[in-house]
Design a binder for this molecule. Structure first.
Ligand SMILES: Cc1cn([C@H]2C[C@H](O)[C@@H](COP(=O)(O)OP(=O)(O)OP(=O)(O)O)O2)c(=O)[nH]c1=O
Length: 204
């Protein structure tokens, strides 16, 4: 049988969800947490923010690996929620989670995820992002309090997780579901394919 993947893939992430998602591609990978600084200027548009942070995460792992990159492909990713042009990241505390959900309930918003692939063999980077629209149901204060008390919102952009209990708050989406959860698999597969890693067939 032809070996499907010949490149060493490193996911630059601390997110257990991103690990679960990339595992779905059925290709071997390694995980290295990335401690990149996540501050960006307030006037940057969401696409620029998620692409820059995805690249920063991948670059931090590349720099840590130093000369030991073994011709790896390093994948970084970043997700934000956007409402009326405002960027909502992960809530810093429960009060901030309540405030975010009060704003998002009953509204259509966008989820932006950036993906960066660094090819350490050629030294090139490919950076792209995807946008998914999400419609959230109207929620009352008690429902929001109950949801925040579960703790689910705390490590998620926009203070909700569509893949968890948050699923009951979402009326519908337009675009890639996996982009909302934090790693757009179809976009990532396209980017890996450019590097000769074909998840649906033998590599070249
Ligand atoms: C909107 C939404 C976001 N999220 C998550 C995806 C991301 O993990 C998180 C946004 O934070 P990020 O800063 O993108 O990522 P992270 O800190 O979790 O992990 P990493 O180490 O890779 O930087 O929000 C969900 O899991 N479900 C959702 O429905």
């Amino acid at each position: 049988m032809t070996e499907k993947v010949t490149r060493h893939i490193v996911l630059a992430s601390t997110s257990p969800r991103r690990q679960e998602l990339i595992r779905m591609l059925g290709i071997p990978f390694e995980v290295m947490p990335s401690g990149a600084d996540e501050d960006t200027p307030a006037d940057w548009k969401p696409g620029r923010v998620v692409e820059t942070l995805a690249l920063r995460k991948a670059e931090a792992v590349r720099d840590e690996l130093g000369h030991n990159t073994k011709g790896s492909v390093i994948v970084g990713s970043d997700t934000v929620v956007v409402l009326d042009g405002d960027i909502l990241g992960k809530p810093r505390n429960k009060q901030e989670a309540v405030t975010m959900l009060n704003r998002l309930q009953g509204q259509k918003h966008q989820v932006y995820t950036g993906v960066a692939c660094i090819d350490t063999e050629s030294g090139t980077s490919d950076i792209r992002h995807r946008v998914t629209s999400v419609w959230m149901k109207p929620l009352n204060k008690d429902e929001i309090q109950h949801y925040v008390a579960t703790g689910e919102p705390m490590d998620k952009a926009g203070a909700y997780g569509i893949q968890g209990l948050g699923a009951v708050m979402v009326e519908g989406i337009e675009g890639d579901y996996f982009n909302v959860v934090g790693l757009p698999l179809s976009l990532l597969a396209d980017m890996l394919s450019v590097l000769g890693i074909r998840v649906l067939g033998p590599s070249q």
